[in-house]
Design a protein around this ligand. Structure first.
Ligand SMILES: Cc1cc2nc3c(=O)[nH]c(=O)nc-3n(C[C@H](O)[C@H](O)[C@H](O)COP(=O)(O)OP(=O)(O)OC[C@H]3O[C@@H](n4cnc5c(N)ncnc54)[C@H](O)[C@@H]3O)c2cc1C
Length: 500
C-alpha cells in the first residue's frame, strides 16, 4: 500500500494550492482526481480548435503586488502563465430598458470617474460605495495577505449586499448598475452579504485578466510542481471511502478498490460528499444534517459558440445583461421569461482582430434538468442523456440567443456551431449534487452558519475549496492557504507570499 504524508481528494484550485503549499513545506503529497482532466472548474475543452473555459473567464488581482499576483508568483505561476490584460473597461453592464452600456473600469479612480460621468448627481453615493468596498476588503486579513487577527471580519459579514447598495442611493438605475455583474457571485437579494460582493468585485477593479490558452494552464503548472516535489497525481480515479480507525482517517479507498495510506487527508470535493465517505460517530448526526442542508448557489446553462471565420470582432471586455428589476433575483424566472440576465465572455484568441468563440452564461435551476438526473455523462463515462434532453438544450439555446439578439442583432448569423452544458454537466464533472456554480450560498442573516471551517471533527481530515470562505480563482487560492494553515499550524509562508 502506498503511503504519503497528505492525500488530497480532487484537483480543483483549492486542492492544488493547498497541495503546493504543503509540498513546499516538505510534505509528500498525493492528489486523486476522478476526471481525466485535472483542475475541476479549471478544465477547458476544445471545439473546432477553439478553447472554451469551464470556470475561468477572467481573473482579478494580477497586477504586480496585488493579492493573486503575489500568491501566483510564490507558487511559480507568474513566469509561465499566458495572460492578457483586459480593456480598461473590463465589464459592461446592460440594462434592458435603455440597452445602454455602463462601464466598470479597472482602477478605483477611473471606476469612480466613469460612474460619476454616468450619474453626476450621485457622486457622494459612488464615493461611499468605493470607500466601503475597500474598507470591507481590509477586514479580511488573508485577502490582504496579512495574518488573521481576531474578530475584525465578523461585523462586516452581517451586511446585506442589496440593502447596502440601496442605502447609499435611491437611484434605481445606479443600484442596478453597481450590482450589475453579480452573476460573478450568484448574488441573491435575500441572502448575499456585501463582503462577498466587495471581495469579488474589488479584485477585478484592481486589475482584470484573461488566461490565454485557458485556465487549465494553472492546473498543469500546479500539478507539475507536486510531481517535481516527489508527490504523485492520480487521474481518472475516484475516492469512494475514507476509512476511520482509532479516531483518525487511516486510508482512502479508490473506485478500483486500491487503498492509499496518509497521515493527513484534505478534501476538495463538497463537504457533504466528504462526510458521506466517512462512517464514524466522530462526526455527529447534527453536523452531518447541517452540512447536507446548507443552501448552495444556483446552477447555470452555458452556451459556447464557435463563430464563422472573421465575422465577429474580438473584444477584451465582458457584458452582463439584466431585465429591469431582476438583478437580485435572476434565478427566480418563469420558464417563458428565461433568461432574466446573461453574461458574455469572448474566448481568448491569439489572432486578435476577430473572435473565434464566445461563452454566454445564464442561470438555470437544477429543477429544469431533474428528469434526466439518473444519467451520468463525462468524457471517461459516456452516457447519452437522450433525444428529449437534446431538444431541451436546443430550445434553451434558441431562447437565450433570442434574448442576446435584442442587444446584439445579427449575432446568430455569425454562428458556425454551438455547444451547451447544463447543471447536469457541472454535477457530473465537478462531483456536486446540483451543478451549483460557487458552492455554499453565503447568507448575511446567518454569516457564521453558512461558513465552513477547514477543520472537521476528525483531527486529520480537512476541507478546502469554494465551499469554505470564498469562490473564484482568488477565493479558492485563499482557501488553499487557510487549509494548509489549519493542517500545519504554520502561517509564516504568508509573509513569504507577501514579499514574493
Ligand atoms: C460557469 C462558471 C464560471 C466561472 N467563472 C469564473 C471566472 O471567470 N473567474 C473566477 O475567478 N472564477 C470563476 N468561477 C469559479 C471558479 O472556477 C471556482 O470557484 C473554483 O475553480 C472552484 O475550485 P475548487 O477548489 O472549489 O474545486 P472544484 O473546481 O470544485 O474541483 C473539485 C475537484 O474535485 C474532484 N472530485 C470531486 N469528488 C472527487 C472524488 N470523490 N474523488 C476524486 N476527485 C473528486 C472533481 O472532479 C474536481 O476536479 C466560475 C465557476 C463556474 C462554475
Amino acid at each position: 500500500m502506498k503511503k504519503f504524508d497528505v492525500l488530497i481528494i480532487g484537483t480543483g484550485m483549492g486542492g492544488l494550492v493547498c497541495g503546493n503549499i504543503l509540498a513546499k513545506q516538505g510534505y509528500t503529497v498525493c492528489m486523486v482526481e476522478k476526471n481525466k482532466q485535472l483542475g475541476g472548474c479549471l478544465q477547458i475543452y476544445v471545439r473546432n480548435r477553439v478553447i472554451f473555459d469551464s470556470g475561468v473567464h477572467y481573473i482579478g488581482g494580477l497586477d504586480k503586488g496585488q493579492n493573486l499576483y503575489q500568491i501566483f508568483k510564490w507558487l511559480g505561476l507568474m513566469d509561465e502563465l499566458k495572460l492578457e490584460k483586459m480593456d480598461p473597461d473590463f465589464d459592461r453592464i446592460i440594462l434592458d430598458d435603455d440597452q445602454k452600456e455602463y462601464r466598470f473600469m479597472q482602477g478605483y479612480d477611473a471606476f469612480e470617474q466613469e460612474m460619476i460621468l454616468e450619474f453626476p448627481a450621485e457622486e457622494k453615493a459612488i464615493r461611499k460605495y468605493t470607500k466601503t468596498m475597500l474598507e470591507i476588503c481590509d477586514r479580511f486579513p488573508l485577502y490582504r495577505l496579512r495574518l488573521q487577527r481576531g474578530e475584525e471580519k465578523q461585523e462586516a459579514m452581517g451586511i446585506s449586499a442589496k440593502k447596502f447598495i440601496e442605502s447609499i442611493t435611491d437611484n434605481k438605475k445606479l443600484q442596478a448598475v453597481l450590482a450589475g455583474n453579480n452573476m460573478l457571485y450568484a448574488g441573491s437579494g435575500e441572502a448575499t452579504p456585501f463582503y462577498i460582493h466587495a471581495l469579488t468585485v474589488n479584485s477585478y477593479i484592481e486589475s482584470a485578466w484573461r488566461c490565454l490558452d485557458g485556465g487549465s494552464q494553472i492546473s498543469k503548472i500546479l500539478a507539475r510542481n507536486i510531481s517535481n516535489s516527489g508527490g504523485q497525481i492520480i487521474k481518472n480515479r475516484e475516492v469512494k471511502k475514507l476509512n476511520v480507525e482509532d479516531g483518525a482517517v487511516k486510508t482512502a479507498e479508490l473506485n478500483d478498490g486500491s487503498l492509499i495510506q496518509a497521515d493527513y487527508f484534505v478534501s476538495n470535493t463538497t463537504p457533504a460528499n466528504t462526510y458521506r465517505m466517512t462512517e464514524t460517530n466522530l462526526i455527529r448526526s447534527v453536523t452531518r444534517k447541517r452540512i447536507e442542508a446548507m443552501p448552495t448557489t444556483v446552477s447555470s446553462f452555458i452556451l459556447n459558440i464557435v463563430f464563422k471565420k472573421d465575422r465577429v470582432p474580438y473584444i477584451k471586455h465582458n457584458y452582463y445583461y439584466q431585465k429591469t428589476g431582476s438583478v437580485w433575483a435572476m434565478d427566480d424566472y418563469a420558464e417563458k421569461d428565461w433568461p432574466l440576465g446573461y453574461a458574455i465572455y469572448c474566448s481568448p484568441s491569439v489572432k486578435k482582430e476577430f473572435a473565434r468563440g464566445m461563452t454566454i452564461f445564464a442561470y438555470m435551476r437544477y429543477d429544469e434538468v431533474r428528469s434526466w438526473e439518473t444519467s451520468f455523462n463525462t468524457v471517461s463515462t459516456k452516457q447519452d442523456r437522450g433525444a428529449e434532453y437534446e431538444a431541451f438544450k436546443n430550445r434553451k439555446t434558441e431562447q437565450l440567443l433570442n434574448r442576446v439578439e435584442e442587444k446584439f442583432p445579427g449575432l446568430k448569423k455569425s454562428i458556425l456551431h454551438t455547444y451547451t452544458s447544463t447543471p447536469l454537466t457541472f454535477r457530473d464533472y465537478i462531483g456536486n449534487e446540483d451543478g451549483n456554480l460557487y458552492g455554499t450560498a453565503k447568507d448575511y442573516r446567518n454569516p457564521v452558519g453558512t461558513l465552513i471551517s477547514p477543520k472537521t471533527r476528525i483531527p486529520n481530515l480537512f476541507l478546502t475549496g469554494q465551499y469554505l470562505n470564498l469562490h473564484g480563482i482568488l477565493g479558492t487560492a485563499i482557501s488553499g492557504l487557510i487549509t494548509s494553515i489549519a493542517l500545519t499550524g504554520k502561517d509564516d509562508f504568508i509573509e513569504k507570499i507577501r514579499n514574493a
